[in-house]
Design a protein around this ligand. Sequence first.
Ligand code: SAH
Length: 347
Amino acid sequence: MINLYNFEIKKLENLMEEYGQKKYRATQLFKWIYEKKVSDFDLMSDISKKFIDVLKKDFYLKVPAIYKRQDSSDGTIKLLLELEDNSKIETVLMKYNYGNVACVTSQVGCNMGCCFCASGLFKKQRNLEVAELVGQILVLNSLLAEKNEKITHVVVMGTGEPFDNYNNVLDFVRILNHPYGFAIGARHITVSTCGLVEKIKQYANEGLQINLAISLHAPNNEIRNKVMPINRKYPIEELMEAVKYYEKTAGRRVTFEYILLRDINDSDECALELANLIKGTLAYVNLIPYNPVNELKYQRSSNNRIHNFLDVLMKNGVNATIRKEFGTDIDAACGQLRAKNEKAKNL
Ligand code: SAH
């Protein structure tokens, strides 16, 4: 039995042909499951009874279960979802003034080992299936439906490295973007990577208009090697070359994410070095106040420091903003709720 949420429309069309059906069956199914939100094959009235029986034999439609829920006073909802193999993943809903943003997890655990991140406390167990990526949006949409709302923006910035689960994340993005899928505009979807250079280049060639964010977090190899082990494989020079390739090939600019870690990467010198590093690109910098993680030694920079850092960037011609924070009264830092749950399990 296969979860039918695993198929983006082209693959669903091929599947329908394999079953001796016309291609348009895929469109019909997409409309039922995403537009009309029907998960019971028996209700799909324009599909023959005979083929419904075939579908029921080989396929099912199922979303992850809500295992835990935390609500913040600012409207942020953090869910710990349980998958069919009992793995737990985090999904977050953030309410911005421009819309409802889903922060989606791409892997169970993560192998990138960024020193400041709670997600990396537990190694990657596996990639998420397309249905498990799609399922996160479906669960959030079912909560929002009570208020006649839905997810309008998606950031693949939860636990995991999306480009280490490249094919599934791309199929997920195709379902998000498709008019009979979630119909979310490409410019409302962002994929964030720690900097897998070959994949950035591959992504540049996909012809997608999806936003690309890159977790930079340091202005030079010395600091980046310390906080992000992936830098030893893909040093900053190679990363910047990939960014330029992306700008040229995709015709889009990237956003650099830069977490400010006290006394590690937050000095005026670092800001100046960062400004020089990204000169010659069209990139934009998103400064992220660090969300401290209990198990880790890193601290957040003071507000004063954050603003001074921003000032230096702006004075040197860099387009930058400070990221708005959400859910500070719940386990907001990436992977923190899951980490707490995994630890409790081992007690
Ligand atoms: N692996 C991808 C996507 C997941 S992490 C990536 O590296 O981009 C999403 C973003 O959250 C990254 O920029 C990551 O560095 C950042 N992040 C991780 N832990 C954080 C914390 N405790 N506080 C603030 N941002 C954090």
